[in-house]
Design a protein around this ligand. Structure first.
Ligand SMILES: Cc1cc2nc3c(=O)[nH]c(=O)nc-3n(C[C@H](O)[C@H](O)[C@H](O)COP(=O)(O)O)c2cc1C
Length: 313
């Protein structure tokens, strides 16, 4: 590959949104070492394996080639400085972080979104990188939100902790999931038996949310692209949660007779089947106009919009 296509490739790969980790170990003199990496990925659940790729040219490559264990620290939104610090050459990387040892002795950095403590399972040379495969010995998540990274920038979806725990525990309360289906600036609504309109909804139960949304869309003959969380509307006393996703679609070939795409000006706001739906649809249209989508978190009357923030390095 020539120089310019390498640059192109970097930009193409940069479209893949990742988290940010700091990979740590203890060197042969007992000194903690680590580097920032976004090439982390999970590999296997049984046995529990993860991998990260380290440049062979990195100063720490000889240390990790010898290492028998390492830890993956998944950074939180408050840890941009940690990410930058562990990517800087010749910096005293551990000077500004607190850390502790868990199962293998590799440093677990305080303030992370999650961590995985691994025995070295295998090292594979692949081109100019070494793939370090770790066998997870111990792992924990915290309530902190993970830091994101794409196209050379940090980004973050700063959902508040209560929302995260609501989303996590929603199986224990009554929850319903609706999908805002947008095809060429028209929104899909389904006419209910009482003449009111609703967005497509998933059936309760069954496998995870992803496949329930897919199943609901397949029923309408629709293929979904780019499903993104849009609203978490909590009913009174936390007993009911309505979750909305937004997505773009390929047109359904044969929509059922009750399903219809509406232009924004034709949306039947006076005939919607749920109290929160009018606000959800209005905000969708407004945010689509500005091109800046957020995530609404609140109840039917009041709440706030979490921006999907983008931060420059
Ligand atoms: C967000 C981010 C992600 C990175 N991901 C990787 C990676 O996956 N693998 C890698 O070898 N270097 C990665 N780097 C670069 C290393 O952190 C950096 O080159 C290294 O720590 C330099 O130190 P050294 O050569 O002195 O060891 C990343 C840097 C940043 C800022």
């Amino acid at each position: 590959m020539n120089q310019s296509t390498k640059q192109d490739l970097r930009q193409i790969l940069g479209k893949f949104l990742t988290g940010v980790t700091v990979v740590t170990t203890i060197d042969q003199h007992g000194v903690p070492v680590g580097f920032t990496a976004n090439s982390f990925t999970s590999v296997s659940l049984d046995p529990p394996l993860v991998l990260v790729c380290l440049a062979q040219s990195a100063g720490l490559a000889p240390v990790f080639r010898r290492a028998t264990s390492f830890a993956i620290n998944i950074l939180s939104t408050e840890q941009e400085a940690v990410s930058n610090g562990f990517a800087r050459k010749d910096a005293d990387r551990f000077a500004s972080v607190d850390w502790q040892s868990k199962s293998t002795g590799s440093p677990i950095i305080k303030g992370c979104a999650a961590w995985l403590d691994c025995e070295m399972y295998e090292k594979i040379i692949a081109g100019d990188h070494i793939i370090l495969i770790g066998n997870i010995q111990d792992a924990k998540k915290t309530a902190r939100n993970p830091l994101g990274y794409y196209q050379g920038r940090y980004c973050a979806i700063d959902l508040p902790e209560e929302t995260l725990s609501l989303l996590e525990h929603r199986k224990s309360v009554h929850s319903t999931t609706g999908v805002l289906v947008d095809y060429h600036d028209q929104l899909l609504l389904i006419e209910q038996s009482d003449g009111r309109y609703d967005v497509p909804r998933t059936e309760p139960g069954g496998e995870g949310e992803e496949s329930r949304i897919k199943a609901a869309m397949t029923k309408l003959g629709i293929e979904v692209h780019n499903k993104v969380l849009f609203s978490v509307v909590e009913g009174r006393h936390h007993q009911r949660i309505s979750i909305y996703y937004r997505c773009n679609v390929e047109p359904g070939e044969a929509l059922p007779p009750t399903a219809r795409y509406f232009k924004p000006e034709d949306l039947p706001f006076d005939k919607l089947s749920r109290p929160e739906l009018g606000n959800v649809l209005r905000r969708y249209l407004e945010e689509k106009n500005t091109g800046q989508f957020g995530i609404y978190v609140g109840d039917e009357h009041q709440g706030h919009i979490e921006q999907i923030a983008e931060r420059k390095i």
